[in-house]
Design a protein around this ligand. Sequence first.
Ligand code: NAP
Length: 238
Amino acid sequence: MNIIIIGATSGIGRALAKELASSGSLVGVTGRRLELLESLQQEISSPCYTSQFDVSNVEQSVSAFNELVSAMGTVDAVVINAGFGSIDEKLPLSQEMQTVSVNVAGFTTIANLAYKYFQEQGSGHIIGISSVAAVRGGPFMSYNASKAYVSSYLEGLACRKECRSGAITVTDVRPGFVDTPMAQGEGVFWVASPEKAAKQIYAAIRKKKRIVYITKRWRLIAAIIKLLPFCLYKRIIS
Ligand SMILES: NC(=O)c1ccc[n+]([C@@H]2O[C@H](COP(=O)([O-])OP(=O)(O)OC[C@H]3O[C@@H](n4cnc5c(N)ncnc54)[C@H](OP(=O)(O)O)[C@@H]3O)[C@@H](O)[C@H]2O)c1
């Protein structure tokens, strides 16, 4: 399988790139930090394509994505993993806007490009990394709202003709806590290693799952969170 991972310089994306490469996939990896892309390329012994770009820059993303696809020859799947989140209680506007730029605008750019490419090709698989946070609002509002956008977008995409017919597959990955710089703050629990998360994401890709929780037990938490009345939910979440 030829697969692009958007946001593979660290954390879940990096572990997933290694997992896929070790299973025989040809990977194309992206991110802003060039030195981390280069070190990843060296850690992966098989051929590996790299592309440095910022997903919040639409023009740059369009040309870099198209160049990466051409370099790889053909692409079977795209994982949209790049994400940003802040738990600064002061809610700096710059960080709120960065969350929206990366998780909403950047996600939309790549999802649109991947969908059009797969439409033309007649097959493909789009995997979006959302979060358990997608299921309800949270006190760091832009992050939960951005992930709700990702999951809703993916559901809409899965309703389109090519997806209903099975030509294009759409997978919504919803991690709980994974041990990366993004899982900050107190109160984190059931923290999975990036390697464990990567193995479960790879299994979900192979099985062409529509929605998958990482790790699986987070499905239960998501179901409970959805059902809680707001008066209880607001006490637990804060
Ligand atoms: N860790 C968790 O507990 C957790 C839970 C639920 C969901 N998630 C989601 O999982 C995904 C991966 O997060 P992670 O935990 O592995 O965190 P991470 O280690 O911080 O990885 C984030 C990745 O996104 C890339 N990225 C961020 N901003 C970007 C930009 N503007 N342009 C291009 N790439 C950008 C980063 O690359 P550069 O910095 O090199 O650009 C990096 O490779 C995110 O979507 C996150 O929301 C994580």
